[in-house]
Design a protein around this ligand. Structure first.
Ligand SMILES: Cc1ncc(COP(=O)(O)OP(=O)(O)O)c(N)n1
Ligand SMILES: Cc1ncsc1CCOP(=O)(O)O
Ligand SMILES: [Mg+2]
Length: 205
């Protein structure tokens, strides 16, 4: 699978997003057919220190066994310690240039919410872009204003060969609009972590 195919069904999750064991949720999502996973341990109720590391390592092991791309959000030290395949950063996180210099082969994802961010970002140094929030989200308190699917279309016009994943408020009902706009995949938290039947939800995505 190339990166574009790997980004198709992209689960993002930390313990703060889970009403039950994160490992069981990941197992069910893997059975359902996710293709990438981002460890995002962040916000109210999130684990710190060794507890965070232990959970990340356990989730990474599940992804390794299943052959699923494993990406760490924000925490470059954790990404290094785990020797993870990828790191996702946003506009206020560690700069892409330094990460790329130190890790030429890493999969690096960058969030871009609007044209100003895109124009001022080192987009030639990253492997994919996270575009959003496409729709209103309750999973990220400090989310930027909603960008709609138009933003994905615009990114694909400007950088046709750059894989773009839509993120924010994506559900099994609206995911098709994100793909129709030109995204390589959908990145979701609640559509999977809060689903009654996780395998079914991943299938429907
Ligand atoms: C795939 C993907 N796209 C966007 C984001 C958001 O990143 P960021 O803006 O840095 O916000 P946090 O997730 O760090 O709160 C993402 N994590 N993944
Ligand atoms: C991390 C992140 N970045 C932009 S929106 C968002 C949260 C996505 O969560 P959900 O899929 O539950 O809306
Ligand atoms: Mg970030």
């Amino acid at each position: 699978m190339n990166l574009e195919q790997q980004l198709r069904k992209y689960l993002i999750m930390g313990s703060q997003d889970c009403d039950r064991d994160p490992l069981s949720i990941l197992d069910e999502a893997i059975e359902g057919g996710i293709t990438a996973f981002q460890f995002r341990e962040k916000g109210e109720g999130s684990l710190q220190g060794d507890e965070k590391y232990q959970l990340a390592a356990a989730l990474q092991q599940r992804c390794k066994t299943a052959g699923i791309l494993f990406i760490v959000n924000d925490d470059v030290d954790l990404f290094r310690r785990l020797n993870a395949e990828g790191i996702h950063v946003g506009q206020s996180d560690e700069h892409v240039k330094g990460i790329r210099e130190a890790h030429p082969d890493a999969v690096i994802g960058l969030s871009v919410s609007d044209l100003h961010e895109w124009e001022n970002s080192p987009v030639d140094l990253v492997d994919y872009l996270g575009a959003g929030p496409v729709y209103p989200t309750t999973s990220k308190k400090d989310a930027n204003p909603v960008s709609g699917t138009e933003w994905i279309k615009e990114l694909k016009e400007r950088q046709p060969d750059m894989p773009v994943v839509g993120i924010g408020g994506i559900t099994t009902e609206n995911a098709h609009r994100v793909m129709e706009a030109g995204a390589s995949g959908t990145a979701v938290i609640s559509a999977i972590t809060k689903a009654e039947d996780i395998r079914k939800a991943v299938g429907e995505l």
